[in-house]
Design a protein around this ligand. Structure first.
Ligand code: AMP
Ligand code: MN
Ligand code: MN
Ligand code: MN
Length: 303
């Protein structure tokens, strides 16, 4: 008889064993509450069906779907963390910060998100003016049909409408031709500040995470500044494996997590079965030497 190996003596209740770094966590996706096309309930069921073991719904600038998501997750036995993806202006560019595991009734957070959303209606009307000047009328009304609520209207809703009326054949083409800097439907916008956003999340008991850093097109100096300032304000995590990165970017941001001592997060950034490249739960695991962000949030997981 061999003596039992060391690993088998670790009690099953050890949280590191319950929530290992290789967990199929999906901590970034969108519902109809922002610019996704599935309800929180449909997302929860799809996540479970795809093997997700820890899930978070991270709608843009809004936590209105959290109660339904939490309830849906609980009813099917899917561990859940509250989530949000906040739009931030940093160095005149738009950066996204994911908040996880916060109290979704926190007054300062709710007020901050409300103020951040406040600019969307006016911005969308300006976008529609730009598109009208380019010969495409009626896009505010068209996009609003998809958004439902002008407070949450986003470029994704404009993109869906432009595909619907046959101006472009798919969503990426709309962004390329109409909705990115220098194009007729692009309107620069001031979102929340990095400092405020991180404070709202932290003060509400959550962890702030830099979303898809590879998407910003920052040079190394600006990227260094983003990470440094984020940490100085109290940010603790970075998305390493995300549906919004190409696979060749995972090692780069794993290195950034190590260099800056940040916890690593993982999420598909799933929006829609018809639009998203990566489905819920369908990403490779985090590199095993990184500290997963869920280790900072164990007490906040609802199950
Ligand atoms: P907004 O917050 O209104 O600026 O819209 C940003 C959203 O547009 C993102 O969250 C994505 O869902 C979507 N998006 C941004 N860039 C692209 C792109 N190149 N292709 C497809 N969707 C995009
Ligand atoms: Mn989106
Ligand atoms: Mn984003
Ligand atoms: Mn997102």
């Amino acid at each position: 008889m061999h003596a039992p190996c060391a690993a088998s003596t670790v009690p099953a209740s050890d949280p590191q064993e319950t929530w290992p770094v290789g967990l199929n966590a999906d901590l970034h996706c969108h519902s109809v509450v922002s610019d996704g096309t599935l309800t929180p309930d449909e997302l929860a069921r799809r996540a479970l069906g795809n093997g997700v073991q820890l899930w978070s719904l991270t709608d843009h600038d809004e936590v209105g779907g959290q109660a339904q998501a939490a309830q849906a997750a609980r009813s099917i036995g899917l561990p859940f963390l509250t989530g949000v993806e906040v739009s931030v202006t940093f160095a005149d560019a738009t950066v996204h910060i994911v908040g996880l595991g916060f109290d979704d009734t926190d007054a300062q957070l709710l007020q901050g998100l409300y103020a951040t959303r406040g600019g969307r209606d006016g911005r969308a009307r300006e976008m529609a003016q730009g598109l009208a000047q380019a010969g495409i009328p009626g896009t505010f009304e068209g996009a609003l049909k998809y958004a439902g609520n002008p407070e949450l209207i986003s470029r994704s809703h404009f993109a869906r409408y432009l595909v619907e009326i046959g101006i472009c054949s798919d969503i990426p083409e709309v962004f390329r031709r109409y909705l990115t800097e220098g194009k007729p439907g692009y309107v620069p916008h001031r979102w929340a500040t990095l400092r405020n956003c991180v404070r709202w999340i932290r003060d509400a008991g959550g962890v702030a995470v830099i979303a898809h850093p590879g998407r910003y097109g920052f040079n190394p100096t600006l990227e260094y500044a983003l990470f440094s300032e984020f940490i100085a304000h109290g940010g603790q995590g970075v998305e390493v494996v995300t549906g919004s990165h190409f696979a060749h970017e995972y090692p780069k941001y794993a290195d950034m997590a190590r260099e800056f001592g940040l916890a690593a997060s993982r999420g598909s950034d799933f929006h829609s079965p018809h639009e998203s490249r990566v489905d819920l739960g369908a990403l490779p695991p985090l590199p095993s030497d990184l500290e997963p962000v869920w280790h900072l949030l164990q007490a906040h997981i609802r199950q």
